[in-house]
Design a protein around this ligand. Structure first.
Ligand code: AMP
Ligand code: ZN
Length: 463
């Protein structure tokens, strides 16, 4: 396989596409901002994790080992960006009449199920929960306080963003414009609009989730968890940090400020951000009624992997408009590939074709140009100079990066009685009872399945 090809990534920090140079040869350390577990993830949120997973697979294709962390926010993410309002987890608990822990555990498991369905391998990833790293967060805030980066107000400990002159560099935030556009009613004790809470006090109201700290009983601000947990799990400086584009102006600039000031070291070399999944003009969001879950797709007969295919047809950094037509188109294309792979016989001699492998590598190494890689698949399918088995082999290679499980058949929605017919048919064929095998084929087809004969036996897919 053609390797040792350079990798280029678009870095939000510089606004440029840059050649990737790892901190440690052959190794990538990556942190992906994870879910706040007070509700189900919608398929827009899931775009972030498919993007991170594709990035990981691209590095593995290039023979890197990858250490990946996705945090689980189970405390401290407030409803408002101005460090006031309720905590999303506590609010979710009140809404559902459950404890905060029950809420976060339930939605964490729901998130894991979504990842499974999208073929994102959880066992390769660390999922630290913010509540398990309270000591690390307190330690980091103490370091910032010791070095003079913080001040206290009646409701919390704040980071003074003017103490970090590079504040707002990520995405080139127009700080003057922000101050001008500031609304009345924000926390008046905050010295500057961009200052943010590191620790919030419980202030008399009894919270379910609260901890003792040098500054009084309370809970961490949302941003500090990512700085504290990434330092603990990946070190002070690591290679890649990702998230949705909404995190650029506030969350990620805050992470940079805290980490650089506490660690006295560079934080992240490459910042990468995925664009929105939109419904019409609007971002799909948890708070509006355009919220679609992976489970909703299944109710419409759409396989989660067809959604994964749809995501690959757009660059991670371009907005993608959701529509049922687009999803159905994606499902048809994905099923065609799957059926092709499953009905084509494998030969023991590997294909000599390296040309397509090289082209594929060039596309995915070019800031994950998955739309070109997908277009290449269809070019290969039409290439009459290739044997079918060669096409299959190439497709299965590509699938290490696509993650579309092209060599699996849809067994999950095949009923037990159909499985029985398939087994009976395989026995009939082995015994050369072709009349019986044909009758069984018709019976299976009439139940709504397509039958393909392969050297390994009968394979079926849903029509
Ligand atoms: P949350 O659970 O709200 O913290 O969001 C989890 C991740 O999903 C974050 O990285 C967000 O930036 C991302 N995200 C939220 N909405 C969308 C969307 N409509 N399209 C793509 N990514 C999104
Ligand atoms: Zn984060």
């Amino acid at each position: 396989m053609a390797l040792n090809m350079d990798i280029y990534l678009h870095n939000t920090l510089t606004g440029e596409k840059e050649k990737f140079t790892p901190i440690t040869d052959g190794h990538v350390s990556m942190y992906n901002c994870g879910p706040t577990v007070y509700n189900y993830a919608h398929i827009g949120n899931l775009r972030s994790y498919v993007f991170a997973d594709t990035l990981r697979r691209m590095f593995e294709w290039n023979n890197f080992t990858v250490k990946q962390v996705i945090n689980i926010t189970d405390v401290g993410h407030l409803v408002s960006d101005n460090d006031d309002g309720e905590d999303k987890i506590e609010k979710g608990a009140q809404r559902e009449g459950k404890t905060a822990q029950e809420i976060s555990e339930f939605y964490t498991q729901a998130f894991f199920t979504d990842l499974d369905q999208l073929n994102i391998a959880k066992e390769n990833i660390s999922f630290p929960r913010a509540t398990n790293y309270i000591d690390e967060q307190i330690a980091m805030i103490s370091e910032l306080e010791r070095d003079g980066y913080t001040y206290n107000t009646h409701d919390g400990v704040y980071f003074d963003t003017t103490k970090y002159p590079q504040y707002g560099l990520l995405g080139h935030i127009n700080l003057a414009g922000l101050e001008e556009g500031a609304r009345i009613g924000v926390n008046n004790e905050k010295k500057h609009l961009t200052d943010f809470a590191l620790w919030k006090f419980s202030r008399g109201e009894k919270r379910e989730q609260e901890w003792n700290s040098p500054w009084g009983v309370g809970f961490p601000g949302w941003h500090i968890e990512c700085s504290a947990m990434s330092r603990k799990l990946l070190g002070k400086t690591f290679d890649i940090h990702t998230g949705g584009i909404d995190h650029i102006p506030v969350h990620h600039n805050n992470e940079i400020a805290q980490s650089v000031c506490a660690n006295h070291a560079p934080f992240v070399h490459y910042w990468m951000h995925n664009a929105w999944l939109t419904v019409g003009e609007d971002k799909m969001s948890k708070s509006s009624d355009n919220f679609i879950r992976l489970e909703t797709l299944a109710e419409h007969g759409i396989n989660p992997l067809a959604y994964r295919y749809l995501l690959l047809t757009a660059r991670y950094s371009s907005p993608l408009q959701f529509s049922w037509e687009a999803l159905e188109g994606a499902q048809t294309a994905w099923k065609r590939l799957r059926t092709f792979v499953n009905s084509t016989t494998t030969e023991s001699t590997p294909t000599k074709n390296t040309h397509y492998i090289n082209e594929f590598t060039a596309y995915i190494n070019d800031d994950l140009d998955t739309p070109k890689a997908i277009a290449l698949v269809w070019e290969i399918m039409k290439d009459s100079s290739l044997e079918e088995y060669e096409k299959k082999e190439i497709l299965l290679q590509f699938d290490r990066v696509f993650g579309l499980q092209l060599d699996h058949m849809e067994t999950f929605d095949i009923p037990e009685n159909i499985h029985k017919l398939v087994t009976e048919r395989d026995t009939a064929r082995k015994e050369k009872d072709f009349a019986k095998s044909d009758t069984l084929r018709i019976e299976i087809e009439q139940a709504g399945f397509e039958v393909t004969d392969t050297p390994e036996g009968t394979k079926i897919t849903k029509k």
